[in-house]
Design a protein around this ligand. Structure first.
Ligand code: AHG
Ligand code: MN
Ligand code: MN
Length: 335
């Protein structure tokens, strides 16, 4: 056995980062620990998803006499509860909630961060045992700590994120998070119940072979997008193709795969929904931040995602994200 081998848990890793950066207060580390804790609780329930008919479906009463909630409501409540009771978050915006939640108590009002979250992404895949996930972005408040946070803290450009991350509840459960210093991935070790550093310093390959898009919408895409997709399919060996199509329908899993292997993911606008489906604040901004730190790119087709000034909490945007050179190739089609 190699006694020098150091396996770092998420906590140990964030504490080590603090040692390298003595000015840090540890607030972000605590926030990530809180998110990790909620993720572990959600993971337990996700793993039982197939048993809902036995253990009780949404809207029914379980043996303890409590209401059994849908998994996405459950996930929302776990993250909300952990962050509210923690001491590092002033408020939360969630895809599941109409408005922001301000944690208006003395300690939370003094916290410098707010969080945007999609508690359960890909929820239509739950019933069929396909990977789902959680997505989050962390912002430094623009309002002065000491007072309750407000909407202006949440309607910030994605480039203001100080950290962003996601959890994949997949064949194994992983938490990946980025700060400006890098992207690191942690796999949940069920034997000790800890996220453990497994993918240090993730870089997205500059080029890959995968493109991910919902082909069912093909005839509703813009001509330029259609041309690009056709180019992905008609590439010859000489031009590095054809690319392989992979689309799970859980963005977390689709983008996670492309981040590791190299590739491009697209959710373009359609004739019926010109802004597409994905939400800028809960889904696109966190992934755009992670992808850029990993060396890739993300755009809405016209503008860098992280530069968009949000005007509404739940606004949607067309979304193109992936390997740097593939994104630059896409830009020559859709510019
Ligand atoms: P959510 O479950 O949070 O509503 O998001 C699902 C999203 C995203 O994960 C996925 O990429 C996309 O919906 C799939 O949509 P289509 O079925 O329209 O392709
Ligand atoms: Mn989602
Ligand atoms: Mn969701």
């Amino acid at each position: 056995m190699d006694f020098n081998r150091k396996i770092l848990t998420l906590d140990e890793f964030t504490i080590q980062q603090l040692r390298d950066f003595p000015k840090a207060t540890g607030e972000l580390s605590r926030l990530l620990r809180d998110i990790g804790l909620a993720a572990k609780r959600v993971n337990v329930e996700v793993n039982k998803a197939g048993l809902v008919d036995i253990l009780g479906d949404a809207g029914t009463i379980n043996v303890q006499g409590e209401d059994v909630k849908k998994l996405d409501v459950y996930a929302n409540n776990q993250f909300l509860g952990v962050l509210r009771h923690g001491i590092s978050c002033a408020g939360l915006g969630s895809e599941e909630l109409d408005d922001i939640v301000v944690f208006d108590d003395e300690i939370s009002n003094n916290s410098k961060y707010v969080i945007m979250i999609d508690p359960l992404d890909g929820s239509s895949n739950i019933d069929v045992n396909v990977s789902i996930g959680t997505i989050f972005g962390v912002y430094r408040r623009v309002t002065t700590p000491g007072k309750p946070c407000d909407r202006s803290d949440f309607l910030q450009r994605g480039r203001n994120q100080v950290a962003a991350g996601y959890i994949v509840y997949g064949s194994s459960t992983m938490l990946v998070y980025a700060t400006r210093r890098g992207v690191n991935g942690f796999t949940l070790d069920p034997s000790i119940g800890e996220f453990t550093l497994s993918h240090p310093n993730i870089k997205c390959p500059e080029k890959g072979k995968i493109y991910s898009v919902n082909h069912g919408n093909f005839y509703q895409y813009d001509e330029k997008v259609k041309k690009y997709i056709t180019a992905c399919q008609t590439k010859t060996k000489e031009t590095g193709g054809p690319y392989t199509q992979r689309y799970i329908g859980s963005m977390v899993s689709d983008v996670h795969r492309n981040l590791i292997k190299g590739g491009i993911f697209m959710y373009p606008g359609t004739t019926g929904k010109p802004n597409g489906k994905l939400r800028l604040l809960y889904e696109c901004n966190p992934f755009a931040f992670i992808m850029e730190v990993a060396g890739g790119k993300a755009t809405n087709g016209k503008e860098r995602i992280l530069d968009i000034q949000p005007t509404e909490l739940h606004q949607r945007t067309p979304f193109f994200i992936g390997s740097k050179l593939m994104m630059e190739e896409l830009e020559t089609y859709i510019a």
